[in-house]
Ligand binder design. Structure first.
Ligand code: ATP
Ligand code: MG
Length: 562
C-alpha cells in the first residue's frame, strides 16, 4: 500500500489521470498520439510533447500514433514530413504501424460536414474573410449574424457539393458551424469548418479543392484513431468546447471518446519556439538552415552534438506543468554535459595558438606520450600523443603581467604540460608592434608524464599540441542566437531586433593533435578545457569541421556580468 502511495506522488498530473482510468476500467488500453503539422521542422518544444506522448505509450503498454495534421496544403511539404519522421526516430521512439495523416480522413470529415448541414448545424457563408472577421464581434461584444445564415438545408447541401466540385474561387464561400454569435469564447462564434483552396496537397494531390479547418479536423482525427488521451498545449484549452461541440454531434456511444488534457508548452530562454518564427530565420538567412546548430530544432541540436538521451533527460527534468514558464537554456546544456562527460574521448586542440620553443629539448627528438582517453571510463583506454621541441599552447594561457592567482604560464614560473613535462618560461619574443610571437621555455626532463620528480608543486596544467604533428581543423563556436532572454516576450513581436550578430565564430586553423585525423561526421569529443565538440555532417578528411556543442562549464553567468 505504501509503495503505491509513494509511486502516485511522483506521477505527473496526466499520468495520475491515466492510472485512474486504468484502475476504474474506463480504458483497457491507452492510446496517445503526437500530431505535428508538417509545416516546419520539429523543435525542442515538440520533443517535450514527443517524450510525453510516446513515454506514456511505453509506460502503460499502450499505443502511440504519429499523425500528421496536414490540413493546410499551401504551408505543408514532404520535406517537413520526412524531417519529422527522422527526428522522432532519432529520439528513439516507435509509433504504432505506419505514420497516419489527417488527410487520410478527408472523406470521413466531408461526410461529417454533410451531416452537420443536414442537422441544420452548418451553413454556407458568402461573406469575405474580412467581413466574417469584422462581424465576429469582440469577447465583450456580441457578433452579428451572417446574412446567409438562414439558407435552407437543401441550398446548403447543394452549395457545399458545388464547392467540392470546384465551382467557386478561393475565398468565395466557406462552410460555417451554426452555433451562435454571443459566446464569450470567440472560437464558438459560428467557426469556419471548410474553406476553398485550389491548391495541390502533398498527399491528396488535386483531389480536393476544399479543405477542413484544423479545428474541424484535430478532435475528430483523435476520435477516428480512438485516442484515449489527447494531450495538447494550453493554448488549445479554449478550443476544447468547440471540439466537444463537433464530437457531440457525431459521437457513437459505443466508441471511445478522447479526453483532451492540456499541459504547458516548453519555452526556453534566449530562443524563439514557434515554427513560423524559426521559418523566418531560415528564409531571411539569419541561420544556414533548419538544422543550423544554433537553432532549437531537433535537427539543429543533433548537428550541434546533442544526444537523444540528453534531450529525453532534459524533458524529464522539466516535467509536465499546467502553467507556462520559461526554462533556462542552461538546464538543457547541463543535460548534454552530463552525457558527453561520460561518453566522449578527450583530445587536445589549440583554438588560439601561441608558439613555444623548448630550447633545451633536442631538435630532432620526438616522443610519443601516453594520454588517457576518458578518465570517466577506463575501458576507453589510452592513446599516444606526439611531443617535440616546438609546441602550441593557447594564447590566453600565457600572461606577461600576472598576479599570484594566475596559475598558468607567466615569466619565470612553471606549469605542467598535460601528459608531458613541466616547463618554465624564460624569454618572450615580440614583433615590431609589440605582439608576442613566441615564448622560449625550458623543460625538466625528469618530469616526464607531467609527474613531479621531487615533490615540488605546479598548480597549472595546460593542453598543447606539437607543431610538427598538428593538423588544421575548422571549429565553429556558438553564442546564443538572441541577446535577450525572452525574445518572444515583447509586445510588438519584434524578436528579430534581438538577434545576436555574433552568434557564430568560425576558427579556420585550429591546431589539433593528429588523432583527430580519423574523425567522422557526428562523432563527439571533448577538447580538453575548451568544450565538447561534434564533427559536422559536412566534415571530410580533407577539411575537418567541428561544432562546439557546449563549453565545459556554464560560463554564461560570467559573460553576462561583463
Ligand atoms: P509552433 O507554435 O511551434 O508552430 P505548433 O503547436 O503549431 O507549434 P504542431 O505541429 O501543431 O506545432 O505541434 C505538434 C504537437 O506538439 C502539438 O500537440 C503541440 O501542442 C506540441 N507542441 C508544440 N510546441 C510545443 C512546445 N513548445 N512545448 C510542448 N509541446 C509543444
Ligand atoms: Mg500549429
Amino acid at each position: 500500500m505504501e509503495n503505491t502511495a509513494e509511486k502516485k506522488r511522483s506521477l505527473n498530473f496526466i499520468e495520475a489521470i491515466i492510472e485512474d482510468d486504468l484502475e476504474t476500467g474506463k480504458h483497457k488500453q491507452i492510446v496517445t498520439r503526437f500530431p505535428p503539422e508538417p509545416n516546419g521542422y520539429l523543435h525542442i518544444g515538440h520533443a517535450k510533447s514527443i517524450c510525453l506522448n510516446f513515454g506514456i505509450g511505453q509506460t502503460y503498454n499502450g499505443k502511440t500514433n504519429l499523425r500528421f495534421d496536414d490540413t493546410n496544403p499551401t504551408k505543408e511539404d514532404v520535406e517537413y514530413v520526412d524531417s519529422i519522421i527522422e527526428d522522432v526516430k532519432w529520439l528513439g521512439f516507435k509509433w504504432e504501424g505506419k505514420p497516419v495523416y489527417s488527410s487520410d480522413y478527408f472523406e470521413q470529415l466531408y461526410e461529417w460536414a454533410v451531416t452537420f448541414i443536414k442537422k441544420g448545424k452548418a451553413y454556407i457563408d458568402d461573406q469575405t474573410a474580412e467581413e466574417i472577421s469584422a462581424n465576429r464581434g469582440t469577447p465583450t461584444r456580441e457578433g452579428t449574424f451572417s446574412p446567409y445564415r438562414n439558407r435552407s438545408i437543401e441550398e446548403n447541401l447543394d452549395l457545399f457539393a458545388r464547392m467540392k466540385a470546384g465551382e467557386f474561387a478561393d475565398g468565395e464561400k466557406v462552410l460555417r458551424a451554426k452555433i451562435g454569435m454571443d459566446s464569450p469564447n470567440m472560437h464558438m462564434r459560428d467557426p469556419v469548418m471548410y474553406r476553398i483552396k485550389h491548391a495541390s496537397h502533398h498527399r491528396t494531390g488535386n483531389k480536393w479543392c476544399i479543405y477542413p479547418m484544423y479545428d474541424f479536423t484535430h478532435g475528430q482525427s483523435d476520435y477516428i484513431e480512438q485516442v484515449t488521451h489527447s494531450l495538447c498545449t494550453l493554448e488549445f484549452e479554449n478550443h476544447r468546447p468547440l471540439y466537444d461541440w463537433y464530437l457531440d454531434n457525431i459521437y457513437d456511444e459505443k466508441l471511445t471518446r478522447p479526453r483532451q488534457i492540456e499541459f504547458a508548452r516548453l519555452n526556453l530562454s534566449y530562443t524563439v519556439m514557434s515554427k513560423r518564427k524559426l521559418a523566418e530565420l531560415v528564409e531571411n538567412k539569419t541561420v544556414s538552415g533548419w538544422d543550423d546548430p544554433r537553432m532549437p530544432t531537433i535537427s539543429g541540436l543533433r548537428r550541434r552534438g546533442y544526444t537523444p538521451s540528453s534531450i529525453i533527460n532534459f524533458a524529464d527534468k522539466v516535467g509536465i506543468a499546467k502553467r507556462n514558464n520559461i526554462i533556462d537554456v542552461a538546464l538543457l546544456e547541463h543535460s548534454i554535459r552530463e552525457d558527453l562527460n561520460k561518453i566522449t574521448n578527450r583530445v587536445m586542440a589549440i583554438l588560439d595558438p601561441l608558439k613555444i620553443i623548448i630550447t633545451n629539448y633536442p631538435e630532432e627528438k620526438e616522443e610519443e606520450l601516453t594520454a588517457i582517453n576518458n578518465p570517466e571510463d577506463e575501458t576507453k583506454g589510452t592513446r599516444l600523443v606526439p611531443f617535440s621541441r616546438e609546441i602550441y599552447i593557447e594564447r590566453a594561457d600565457f600572461r606577461e603581467q600576472a598576479n599570484r592567482k594566475f596559475f598558468r604560464l607567466k615569466p619565470g614560473s612553471e606549469v605542467r604540460l598535460r601528459y608531458a613535462y613541466f616547463i618554465k618560461c624564460n624569454d618572450i619574443i615580440k614583433n615590431e608592434t609589440g605582439e608576442i610571437t613566441e615564448l622560449h621555455c625550458t623543460y625538466d626532463p625528469l618530469s616526464k608524464g607531467g609527474k613531479s620528480p621531487d615533490g615540488r608543486k605546479v598548480k597549472g596544467t595546460l593542453h598543447w599540441v606539437s607543431i610538427k604533428h598538428a593538423i588544421d581543423i575548422q571549429a565553429n563556436l556558438y553564442d546564443r542566437l538572441f541577446t535577450d532572454a525572452s525574445p518572444d516576450g515583447h509586445k510588438d513581436n519584434n524578436f528579430k531586433e534581438f538577434i545576436n550578430p555574433d552568434s557564430l565564430t568560425i576558427l579556420n586553423s585550429v591546431k589539433a593533435e593528429p588523432y583527430l585525423k580519423q574523425a567522422k561526421p557526428n562523432e563527439k569529443y571533448q577538447f580538453e578545457r575548451k568544450g565538447y565538440f561534434c564533427v559536422d555532417k559536412k566534415s571530410t578528411p580533407e577539411k575537418l569541421i567541428f561544432n562546439r556543442t557546449v563549453e565545459l562549464r556554464n560560463n554564461w553567468a560570467q559573460k553576462d556580468k561583463k
